[in-house]
Structures are given as structure tokens and as C-alpha cells.
Design a protein around this ligand. Structure first.
Ligand code: PLP
Length: 393
């Protein structure tokens, strides 16, 4: 049996139409098949590979760490330099209140941790989240995601969850003194890249303060430079009480975190002790990769050019089949306005060497979230490929 048949037979599937791209290696913005076909990666593992594939600094750091030690002990017991150095560097770029990093392995776990922490700290139970938001696939985040079709067959889920409309100022009044926290994406990713209306996040912050609810920003998809700021909340100048991150955090290795103040975070240490535990959270190899990735992101000043790159995409992507380009920085959605057309684009794009996909809650737009170090020349090349593909469908 070839690898494709083995994949279909033995690797659990999540849909009946996987992309089935066989990968030999990946470098920069490109993924190569065993036959040598080259694809431009406009997905970047869904906003993971912000530094491109196979970045030498990350690879070198991982190699060195693997030779020292891999997993030693469940999270939170031993002093491991990669974790400590990474937490120190990361928090140096955050407001001083966001000083305590709880390392986990993924975005959904980061949100699980944040929700538990908010319930413990406030002694309240209600969690408010937004329609069309995505926060992960385990039971906690699944209970708060903003799309019933993904949830309904898995009920019963968490009780005391309220879903409100993103960018709707009236709905903010539904956040009350019963609310432990509001979980929000500063920019909604899987709804097809929706930005907050002017002042919406400020008003959300104000309402949380009025009723004593914690504000959690889920920056799993927007974090680590994708919007041109390290985190989107810094762009909008609204500070959360808890920040959740993952995806690009680990520089290509699995890693996530929820980050808060020392005071809030300390509630997990007692009553009961070990209020949140994880075996692999903050794995030393992932932490090393994340540290190297954050170092490289800053050293290469990649965020400085994100807006220019966005503008170049916007300038080049003009076509009668494109209805709109939404988003900010290098997290963009190209709206075709038609589901079938989009499917044709994705398939034809693969033939033409472009990897893109649609969004969980928006099936009419395709994603442009390449590595942040994509060059202007590469943007020109891939934009030409996109226009060619649109002409062919
Ligand atoms: N939150 C957001 C905003 C996401 O986009 C995602 C994944 O796409 C998640 C959470 C879940 O992350 P993970 O797949 O690592 O659990």
C-alpha cells in the first residue's frame, strides 16, 4: 500500500475530503511533495509558521535542546531553563500585569485554563463568548464557540454559557455581575477575519470592569506578529485580564499558554492544590523552539513590514471574482461570495501550486496567512498564481 492509502486507512480522519498533499520537506514559504512539486503555503499551518518552515535558528535551538534533555517531569515542578527564559522574554513584551505564564500544549487547552481560572478567581460560573468565534475543540471551548452546528451533536456541554453578537454594542449589556469572564477574539479568525468596530473592544473592556468580569482575549490565531503588532490587543490598545496564545508560539512545535497577573494566576495553587495540571505543558523542546522563534521575530524585525506586505497583496489582488479582501496584516480573507466557486479555487489552486483553505464559519472566502517573512517578490509571484487560478475557474 502506498502512503496515501495507509494515511486514509490508519490515520484518523476529520473529514471525507482531506487535502491529501504528501509532504517531503518544507522551507520558507514553500512545501515540497516527494515528486518535487512546489506549493506556496498561504495557510502556514493556520497561522503557525510565522517564521517560515525550517527556520535555521529554530532548528538549531531544537537540536541543541534535544541533546540536553526532553521531557523530565509534569509541568510546574522542576526549574527548566527553556521555560523560564521563554516566559521572561515573552512577558517583557507584555503589559506588566500580564506577568505569569501558564504553559500548555495547544490553543484549546489555553482557553480551558483561562475559563477555569476566571471561574476560580471570580467565584462566578457564567462564561460569555461571541457568535462565530472559535476557541477550540475540547469540551470547554466547544461549549463557548459561536456556531451551533459544530456543537449540537456533542451535548450536553458546559452549562451557564451565554453567546452574544460580536460588534453589537447592545449585547454588551448581557454581560452582568454573574459573568466570570468574557472570552473574545480581538479579531475573529474562523468567521472569515472580522475586525472589531471602532471602540467595540474598548466598550467591552469597560463593561467587564463595570460588572467585575474578567476579559480573556484569545490570540491563538492573531498572536506573534501576524497583525503587525506582537498581539492584536496592542494594536487596539485594550488590555485583557487573561491572554491565551498557541499556534505560532512554539515556532512550529506544539505549545500554548494562558497568561495573567501573578495575583489571578495564584488561585490555581490552592483549594484545591494543582488547580490545573498538564504533563507535557511547556515541554522543554517546544519552549526552546518558541524562544528561538520570538527572538528571530524581533531580531529580523518582521513585524515592521507586515502592513506593507498587506498593502501589496491588496494592490495586486484585484479581479472581477474577488468581492472583498478582509483582515489586517497577514491574516487576510479573500471573499469570492460563493461556496462552489471557492471549492473550485482551492482545488485548482492546489494544481497551480497554491495551498489555501476556507474558514470554519465562512465557506466563501479563502485564507492568506503566509509566513511573515514572505518577500515582496514572493507576494508578486503568488498573487499572479492566484489571479491565474481565478481566471481558470
Ligand atoms: N482559538 C483560536 C482563535 C483558534 O483559531 C484556534 C485554532 O484554530 C484555537 C483557539 C484552538 O487551537 P488548537 O487547535 O491549538 O487547540
Amino acid at each position: 500500500m502506498n502512503l496515501r492509502s495507509l494515511f486514509l486507512n490508519h490515520v484518523a480522519q476529520t473529514s471525507d475530503a482531506p487535502m491529501l498533499i504528501e509532504v517531503e520537506r518544507a522551507e520558507g514559504i514553500y512545501i515540497y511533495s516527494p515528486e518535487g512539486k512546489r506549493y506556496v503555503d498561504l495557510i502556514a499551518g493556520v497561522s503557525v509558521s510565522n517564521l517560515g518552515h525550517n527556520h535555521p535558528k529554530i532548528v538549531r535551538a531544537v537540536r541543541q535542546q534535544v541533546e540536553k534533555y526532553m521531557h523530565l517531569m509534569v509541568y510546574g515542578e522542576y526549574i527548566q531553563s527553556p521555560q523560564v527564559q521563554f516566559a521572561k522574554l515573552l512577558t517583557s513584551y507584555l503589559p506588566k500585569e500580564l506577568s505569569s505564564v501558564y504553559f500548555v500544549n495547544s490553543g484549546t487547552e489555553a482557553n480551558e485554563g483561562a475559563m477555569k481560572l476566571a471561574k476560580r478567581y471570580t467565584d462566578r460560573t457564567e462564561i460569555v463568548a461571541f457568535r462565530h468565534a472559535y476557541h477550540g475543540s475540547t469540551h470547554g471551548p466547544l461549549s463557548i464557540i459561536g456556531d451551533e452546528s459544530f456543537r449540537s451533536n456533542y451535548r450536553p456541554l458546559l452549562p451557564d454559557v451565554r453567546s452574544i453578537r460580536y460588534n453589537n454594542f447592545d449585547d454588551l449589556n448581557l454581560i452582568t455581575k454573574r459573568t466570570a469572564c468574557v472570552v473574545a477574539e480581538a479579531i475573529q479568525g474562523e468567521s472569515g477575519i472580522l475586525q472589531p468596530k471602532e471602540n467595540f473592544l474598548q466598550r467591552l473592556r469597560k463593561r467587564c470592569d463595570e460588572v467585575g468580569a474578567l476579559l480573556v482575549f484569545d490570540e491563538v490565531q492573531t498572536g506573534f506578529g501576524r497583525t503587525g503588532s506582537l498581539f492584536a490587543f496592542q494594536k487596539y490598545n485594550v488590555q485583557p485580564d487573561i491572554l491565551t496564545v498557541a499556534k505560532a508560539m512554539g515556532g512550529g512545535m506544539p505549545m500554548g499558554a494562558f497568561i495573567s497577573s501573578k495575583e489571578i494566576m495564584s488561585t490555581l495553587t490552592h483549594n484545591p492544590v494543582l488547580g490545573h495540571i498538564t504533563t507535557f505543558g511547556g515541554h522543554p523542546v517546544s519552549a526552546t523552539a518558541g524562544l528561538a522563534a520570538l527572538d528571530a521575530l524581533m531580531e529580523e524585525r518582521l513585524m515592521d513590514k507586515v502592513e506593507e506586505k498587506e498593502n501589496l497583496f491588496r494592490k495586486l489582488l484585484v479581479h472581477s471574482k474577488i468581492k472583498e479582501v478582509r483582515g489586517v496584516g497577514l491574516i487576510l480573507a479573500v471573499e469570492l461570495g460563493d461556496k462552489d466557486l471557492l471549492q473550485k479555487f482551492i482545488r485548482k489552486g492546489q494544481e497551480n501550486g497554491i495551498l489555501s483553505d476556507w474558514f470554519l464559519f465562512c465557506s466563501t472566502a479563502f485564507r492568506i496567512s503566509p509566513p511573515l517573512n514572505i518577500t515582496d517578490k514572493e507576494i508578486e509571484e503568488v498573487s499572479e498564481l492566484i489571479l491565474k487560478t481565478l481566471n481558470e475557474i
